[in-house]
Design a protein around this ligand. Structure first.
Ligand code: COA
Length: 374
């Protein structure tokens, strides 16, 4: 039987396999990718270097990075058939559903085929996802049909340029880069585990990533940054935030952007994005949302010993960069795709189909009665 007290529900605390990609809550600041601490990567690497690291196990040298950047840049454009599908998706569709359809449809047009092409399939999705999101968003919301390529060297800058039509500031490019690094990988979280289960059946890359997008969509996982934004924009001051949050807790409501299944005292990604949120607030010229967020953080720690996870200060950071709230979780997709694909590759390299058992708690054995007697 699943013992909830021992943490069995939700498979909490149980190892479900091995990975060389990531540790969560074990060493360094609490999160490492391939042995590198997240704070070191956020300070000293680009998102493209992190993607290369996850796909190849080592950081690239300059020649390798130049080649990789060039490859990604050449893979950014979308096929006309995919644009036709994106044009058909209504404006009120959940953007995560757009990402799911975009990924799946690209798999129709460019099937992975042989697994020897898996890096290419992953790189193609990585390069194309910002355009899938922005092409649909700007066509459906603004009636504008954008070019899907740009002269921005980084993927983060490319996304911002497609979204706004103008060259992002150096600070915005840097924050997007850091944000993509922070969201890139997180061990056996729900969406990654979804991707690995799918990979274990020897399914294709697009199916694994499409399934992972579906898992990330829920508010208990990736959707928390949007839910946090919806909450904090209702608070008009730090005092107002504390008062309204007290009411939410009294009504036993979940506060999105707080708590974590593995971390117990803090999420190492929070301190990094919080620092950038503060800098963005200063540049924006109105720090209210930042200080409202700080008040929420203080209140939750004082009252429930709950801490901000990576999603909470991402809400204000993205707000200060004028990113529409409904695109917050799709940005997470653009980043976490690297972790998902790396796990798909790792699963394939030493595969056995994932098939756990269940404790049966249903009816005792019984016979089917004739329908007239039921
Ligand atoms: N707001 C209010 N209470 C919370 C909470 C939150 N954000 N997070 C946890 N709690 C409560 C739980 O309800 C539980 O209370 P109980 O013992 O009275 O039932 C207690 O704190 C311990 O919860 P815990 O076991 O640590 O959480 P979990 O592992 O079941 O769930 C999350 C982890 C992330 C799903 C959960 O913290 C949550 O729902 N957070 C909000 C959504 C979110 O931000 N998700 C993004 C994750 S990166």
């Amino acid at each position: 039987m699943v013992d909830k007290k021992l943490g069995g529900a939700g498979l909490r605390g149980q190892s479900a396999g091995e990975t060389k990609l990531c540790t969560v809550g074990k060493s360094g600041s609490g999160l490492t990718y391939c042995g590198y601490d997240i704070s070191d990567l956020a300070d000293n690497a680009t998102f493209e270097e992190v993607a290369y690291l996850l796909f190849n196990g080592e950081l690239p040298n300059q020649v390798q990075l130049d080649g990789y950047n060039q490859e990604l840049t050449q893979l950014r454009d979308l096929p006309e058939a995919l644009k036709s599908v994106l044009r058909l998706i209504p404006a009120d569709t959940h953007p995560m559903d757009v990402m799911r359809t975009g990924c799946s449809f690209l798999g129709n047009l460019e099937p992975e085929g042989d697994f020897s092409n898996q890096n290419q399939a992953a790189n193609r999705l990585l390069a194309a996802f910002p355009a899938i999101m922005c092409f649909w968003y700007r066509y459906s919301h603004e009636g504008i049909e954008i070019e899907c390529t740009s002269d921005e060297p980084s993927l983060g800058g490319h996304f911002l340029k497609l979204l706004t039509g103008s060259t992002p500031s150096a600070q915005h490019q840097k924050v997007m880069d850091v944000s993509l690094i922070l969201y890139a990988e997180h061990e056996f979280n729900a969406s990654t585990f979804t991707a690995r289960v799918c990979a274990s059946t020897l399914s294709d890359m697009h199916s694994c990533i499409t399934g992972a997008i579906g898992s990330l969509r829920g508010p208990l996982h990736g959707g928390a940054n949007e839910a946090a934004m919806d909450m904090i924009k209702q608070f008009n001051s730090p005092a107002d935030a504390k008062q309204k949050m007290a009411g939410m807790l009294a009504r036993r409501e979940k506060i999105m952007g707080f708590g974590h299944a593995i971390y117990r005292e803090s999420d190492p990604r929070n301190v990094i994005i919080k620092k950038w949120s503060k800098k963005l607030a200063t540049e924006y010229g109105d720090s209210t949302l930042y200080y409202v967020s700080v008040a929420c953080e203080e209140f939750m720690w004082e009252s429930k010993k709950l801490f901000c996870n990576a999603d909470f200060f991402h809400a204000s950071a993205y707000f200060y960069m004028d990113i529409p709230t409904k695109l917050f979780t799709p940005i997470f997709v653009c980043s976490r795709l690297t972790g998902w694909a790396a796990h798909v590759m790792e699963q394939r390299s030493n595969n056995r189909i994932i098939r756990p058992s269940a404790d049966y708690v249903g009816a005792e054995p019984r016979a089917v009665k004739a329908i007239s007697q039921r």
